[in-house]
Design a protein around this ligand. Structure first.
Ligand code: G1P
Length: 291
């Protein structure tokens, strides 16, 4: 079987971000900032570093800021240049984020439905899916590590992590097969099982490499957990017809989809920031004994 390169990535970004209200009332949650960059930029940069050429945003009403963010800010740059200001912070936009394409998800019918909305842009190619809520801090990036595994294994790859036993109902959970280093054969997948029904504690986190055949399966997938069309249910149907593996990557995941995770991600990345890290640590040390 020849392994086709992964050139396209889908970013499901139509969600309402209700767990982060009121911040997300009129600002897309993917535009919320971790230190000095919006969440979506971390995901796009990770995809770019993994060799992705086309970024497909599955978007919805009120999400226009996401597309604007990836334009070159012509007026902004001209004004800053005129004032002799450094353009360093805008450099990533000039070196290129790849091609940005967007498609609408007109109804909030779930992650599987969001991915299915990109079917005409994906066509007949393998593709990645990145959920920007999961900020993956690591070098090389999480998706690049997955692409390396994909180049050996082909088929479908999900990113996986051991989750706390009482948290299985928040994740897609894997029935593991043979294990080879950081790669585990996937024998089954179930969306958000209660701890007692979970086949393992190996949870799927927000990075996937999928074969295009998933689209036809999604087409026929009925609503599952939470009344939504689940990507997990469609992936489960691919198992046995194509290679399917989970990869645990060498990266730290920050779940930025709720208040606690979002604040902790800011703290962790601020502490690692070369410009402000030392002062953030000092300030934190000063604040903590006061609690
Ligand atoms: C989604 C998926 C779930 C996966 C999780 C990773 O759930 O449905 O299988 O484990 O992302 O973050 P959500 O967090 O959108 O409820």
């Amino acid at each position: 079987m020849s392994i086709r390169p992964v050139r396209k990535a889908v970013f499901p970004v139509a969600g309402l971000g209700t767990r982060l209200l009121p911040a997300t009332k009129s600002t897309p949650k993917e535009m919320l900032t971790i230190v000095d960059k919006p969440l979506i930029q971390y995901a796009v940069e990770e995809a770019r570093a993994a060799g992705i050429e086309q970024m497909i945003f599955v978007t919805g009403r009120g999400k226009g800021a996401l597309e604007d963010h990836f334009d070159v800010g012509f007026e902004l740059e001209a004004t800053m240049r005129g004032r002799g200001k450094s353009l360093h912070a805008l450099e990533a936009a000039r070196t290129g984020f790849g091609e940005i394409v967007s498609v609408r998800q007109q109804q909030a019918l779930g992650l599987g439905h969001a991915v299915w909305c990109a079917r005409h842009i994906i066509g007949n190619e393998p593709f990645a899916v990145l959920l920007p809520d999961d900020l993956m801090a690591g070098t090389p990036g999480a998706l690049k590590q997955m692409v390396e595994a994909y180049n050996d294994l082909g088929g479908n790859i999900v990113c996986a992590e051991e989750v706390a036993a009482e948290r299985t109902a928040s994740y897609g959970i894997i029935t593991p097969g043979e294990i080879d280093g950081n790669r585990t054969q996937v024998l089954g997948l179930i969306e958000k099982p209660a701890p007692a029904a979970a086949p393992s504690r190996l949870g799927v986190i927000g990075r996937y490499i999928l074969q295009p055949e998933i689209m036809a399966i999604l087409d026929a997938t009925e609503p599952g957990s939470g009344g939504e069309i689940q990507l997990t249910d469609a992936m489960a149907k691919l198992i046995g017809t194509q290679p399917f593996h989970a990869v645990t990557v060498d990266a730290v995941r920050h779940d930025c989809g709720d208040k606690l995770g979002f604040v902790l991600a800011n703290l962790a990345l601020a502490l690692d920031d070369p410009e402000i890290g030392t002062r953030v640590a000092e300030a934190a040390r000063h604040l903590l004994p006061l609690r």
